[in-house]
Write a protein that binds this ligand. Structure first.
Ligand code: FO1
Length: 320
């Protein structure tokens, strides 16, 4: 079975670990979000691609869900000693090696998709990881500029990490998305898929950014195979992260049903909500999307695997 998964960071990566356990024979292609990418210290950092690669490759810092295990921060300290910022983004020594190799290969003319393939040759994630695009797309967030009463756009990472999404987001801008093209293999993987999954990633800045690359949303809508998503919102709050902040920016209430409606029945055939949101099933079904209420907390790999099995079951039901 060929499965295509649109993945952002931590939620997507943890779901993928469960999907691999639930469908060990499946051929899984992950279309990774690159809107979180940031250039720091002359290096290109790809947080969502690295989170998938490290999580599935066994190198992730498990509690954080990002960055490497057994990390040290000597280079970061030395940069700070030179007064070179930003200090608010925690790049570790082991992680720096990934960004150095990536930046070196891009400087030599390799596209991000080829670079990602090369990095994955070491990590062996057990899935094919393709960036959504080889073109530069960077998500920026419009916030109030308190000093002059106006507004300003900051890089997503500054909003997410330095500001902890503590101020209202007025708009989410995937800068460069309109001009971006799907990376080689993305449309082919969607066209050849037997099922397409939207894991519990951030619906705005992760899956939404991937869908903002022209051609990807249309390819999924036209694929003619089941598309099943899992709600990142449980009990009217994000399981992890601050998805509610960016959902508000796009006028979507932070509920499991509202996120399903946001994707729409043109994309989704099925939607899993958590058991605490069982009351949402009727509203989602009335939007033309099959819906089931099951436990959605990925407390361990087995829990994630059970979610993946249920998502694949629902996909089969919607196909029949
Ligand atoms: N998230 C944080 O909350 N604090 C950090 O200092 C931080 C550093 C970091 C370094 C590399 C990397 O790949 C991810 C990092 N993240 C950090 C997580 C990152 O902001 C998120 O994983 C995604 O961008 C959102 O999914």
């Amino acid at each position: 079975m060929r499965i295509v998964v649109l993945a952002g960071g931590i939620g997507g990566a943890r779901f993928l670990r469960g999907l691999k356990a639930a469908a060990p024979e499946a051929e899984i292609t992950v279309i990774g979000n690159t809107g979180d990418d940031i250039h720091l210290f002359g290096l290109k950092v790809c947080p969502d691609l690295d989170t998938v690669m490290y999580t599935l490759g066994g190198g992730i810092h498990e509690e954080q869900g990002w960055g490497r295990a057994d990390e040290t921060f000597v280079v970061k300290e030395e940069l700070a000693a030179y007064g070179v910022g930003p200090e608010w983004f925690g790049l570790g020594d082991r992680d720096f090696a990934t960004h150095i190799v990536r930046t070196q290969m891009i400087g030599a003319g390799y596209p991000l998709s080829a670079v990602t393939e090369a990095l994955c040759a070491r990590w062996q994630p057990g899935v094919r990881l393709i960036p959504m695009s080889d073109d530069r797309v960077e998500t920026h967030v419009v916030i109030d500029a308190p000093d002059d009463g106006g507004r300003k756009a900051v890089h997503f990472q500054e909003y997410w990490v330095r500001l902890h999404a503590s101020v209202p987001a007025h708009a989410i801008l995937p800068v460069g998305a309109e001009q971006a093209k799907p990376a080689p293999g993305v449309l082919e993987a969607i066209g050849e898929a037997d099922v397409i999954l939207f894991p519990p990633s951030n619906p705005v800045v992760s899956i939404g950014t991937i869908l903002a690359v022209p051609g990807i949303r249309e390819a999924i809508a036209d694929a003619g195979v089941p598309v099943v998503g899992l709600s990142p919102i449980v009990g009217d709050a994000p399981v992890r992260g601050m998805a509610d902040k960016v959902l508000a920016a796009v006028g979507v209430e932070a509920t499991a049903a509202a996120v399903a409606e946001h994707y729409g029945s043109g994309l989704l055939d099925g939607w899993l909500v958590d058991t605490v949101d069982a009351a949402a099933v009727e509203r989602v079904e009335s939007a033309g999307i099959r819906c089931r209420a099951v436990p959605l907390l990925m407390s361990d790999v087995d829990a994630a695997a059970q979610m993946a099995r249920t998502a694949l079951e629902l996909a089969r039901e919607t196909a029949s």
